[in-house]
Design a binder for this molecule. Structure first.
Ligand code: NAD
Length: 496
């Protein structure tokens, strides 16, 4: 019998009363690993009410205590790193190494949350007028909501609730219904670290539950990570509902290869950056832009990419796992088929099998060359192990194509020229830039700064921007008079 995934409300795991239940299947075998109950409207209400009640006491907990909760949580996450990696690998299909990386990137955000006191310091100015001082406090907002996708079930919840809670807020998480097993373990460890009841809650579901959270009178902020289709909707709906919102969405990330780049470094970097994690990373390189003579490296690139073999999570020789679901598999194969009518297919992964696992959602590494901006495989986010190669004449041509693409999550340039790198970092309209680094994900003392169609909102996740997202500034202007004759007697309450 498969395990039923619990909701977590008011400090307790509960099985949920809904008869809307969805199976959680292994993408490698189709085995049903668990069942996830979608929360009823009453359960969503209960989660928000419990977070609202907990906020009244949690906001008063001294900031050092809130920081210590994160220190203990960080230690527990590290202690259980491999165990979390294994749970995550089984329901996402990621390789064990990749799954551990997912957990580790989340732990790094918890480390920053443990440093919350210095991040929440306000500002002061003495004598803004005679005898009058002004100073600001950073205060928490209340109940914050997080909605996360399937592809990083540890890292993405950890982008959100530790920073929100360290700031003094309480939280309701709605993780991806496709991979709910890891968040359950994240919560168990948070309780073990000493989290008070109601501070963190979790409900499961899809559009209906998300709508209820967005429109609930008692929620203050909405953080979303996922596809552009859903993110655009959530941004609109949340702003109409008067919420502070940040939506991290789809991507089409280009790597520019200048002819003076180190060829070996380029080819090695491109293999992992394009087909690693089956291409299901929002920072994966899905378009390689070869400038000038570097285009002659494309056949060798296809040979290298062909060596990346998919396999089971615990197969140490596998470069990546299956794609998440049957619908995702079908969609990717349809896009590869379309690509074959548009561009040159140098490597075709659409007929991929893995020995002993006939039912897995396998897609082999796939490479197209001769790709142009009008093609479907360029315009769509494929989110599979598929690399599109473009051949252009100059760096300016590359910049024109990349800046015309609606997405702006991440990009990189490989070159031996400081001048080319400087020009690229300055002129490219993309929020995260790698120079001789293929996947430039900023560490959590910075923020995750996708731009344009990859992001809606003003403040990005983690780092200083997350503190601003999860708080409001209060500015006090104060005048206290000192009366010598009253010194040592009653406090002077005079204000004029
Ligand atoms: P998705 O948009 O299908 O789902 C994300 C979340 O939204 C899930 O929790 C889901 O239950 C919920 N949801 C689904 N339909 C909804 C609806 N109609 N209304 C409200 N909520 C709904 O995304 P996914 O397939 O799980 O994840 C893959 C996508 O996430 C890719 O597009 C990828 O680029 C993107 N992503 C972006 C970033 C980033 O930082 N920019 C990071 C990771 C993933």
């Amino acid at each position: 019998m498969s395990r039923k995934i619990p909701l977590f409300i008011n400090g307790e795991f509960m099985l949920g009363s809904s008869d809307h239940i969805q199976p959680v299947t292994s993408p490698a075998t189709q085995e049903v690993l668990a069942e996830v109950p979608f929360a009823t409207a009453k359960e969503v209400d209960f989660a928000v009410a419990s977070a609202k009640e907990a906020f009244e006491t949690w906001r008063e907990v001294p900031i050092s205590e809130r920081a210590r909760l994160m220190l203990r949580y960080q230690a527990l996450l590290k202690e259980h790193h491999d165990e979390l990696g294994e749970i995550l690998a089984k329901d996402t299909g990621k390789t064990f190494e990749d799954a551990k990386g997912d957990v580790w990137r989340g732990i790094e955000v918890v480390e920053q949350a443990a440093n919350i006191a210095s991040a929440m310091m306000g500002e002061t100015v003495e004598n803004v007028a005679g005898g009058i001082d002004s100073y600001s406090y950073i205060q928490p907002l209340g109940v914050c909501v997080g909605i996360t996708p399937f592809n990083f079930p540890a890292m993405l919840p950890l982008w959100m609730f530790p920073m929100a809670i360290a700031c003094g807020n309480t939280f309701v998480l709605k993780p991806s219904e496709q991979v709910p097993m890891t968040p359950v373990r994240l919560i168990e460890l948070f309780i073990e670290a000493g989290a008070p009841k109601g501070v963190l809650n979790m409900v499961h579901g899809g559009a209906e539950q998300v709508d209820q959270l967005i429109n609930h009178a008692d929620t203050q902020t909405v953080s979303f990570v996922g596809s552009s289709r859903v993110g655009e909707y959530i941004y609109q709906a949340s702003t109409v509902a008067g919420k502070r919102v940040q939506c991290m969405m789809g991507a089409k990330n280009h790597m520019v290869i200048m002819p003076d780049a180190d060829k070996n470094a380029v080819l090695n970097a491109l293999v992992g950056a394009s087909v690693g994690a089956a291409g299901q990373r929002c920072m994966a390189i899905s378009v390689a832009v070869f400038v000038g003579e570097s285009a002659s490296w494309i056949p060798e690139l296809a040979e290298r990419v062909a060596t990346a073999r998919p396999g089971a999570w615990d197969d140490a020789g596998a470069a990546y796992g299956p794609v998440i679901s049957k619908p995702a598999h079908t969609r990717i194969l349809d896009l590869i088929a379309k690509g074959k009518t548009e561009a040159n297919c140098l490597l075709d992964g659409s007929e991929c099998t893995v020995e002993g696992m006939p039912d897995g959602n396998w897609v082999g590494p796939t490479v197209f060359s001769g790709v142009t901006p009008d093609m479907t495989i360029y315009k769509e986010e494929i989110f599979g192990p598929v690399l599109c190669c473009m051949e252009l004449e100059t760096l300016d041509d590359a910049l024109a194509v990349i800046n015309a693409n609606p997405m702006g999550n991440g990009t990189s340039i490989f070159t031996a020229s400081g001048g080319a790198a400087r020009k690229y970092q300055h002129e490219v309209a993309v929020g995260q830039v790698g120079i001789n680094i293929p996947i430039p994900v900023p560490l959590p003392f910075f923020s995750f700064t996708g731009w344009r169609g990859s992001f809606r909102g003003d403040l990005h996740p983690y780092g200083k921007q997350a503190v601003r997202f999860y708080t409001e500034t209060k500015t006090v202007t104060a005048r206290w008079r000192y009366d010598e004759s009253e010194a040592g007697k009653q406090p002077n309450m005079s204000i004029n």
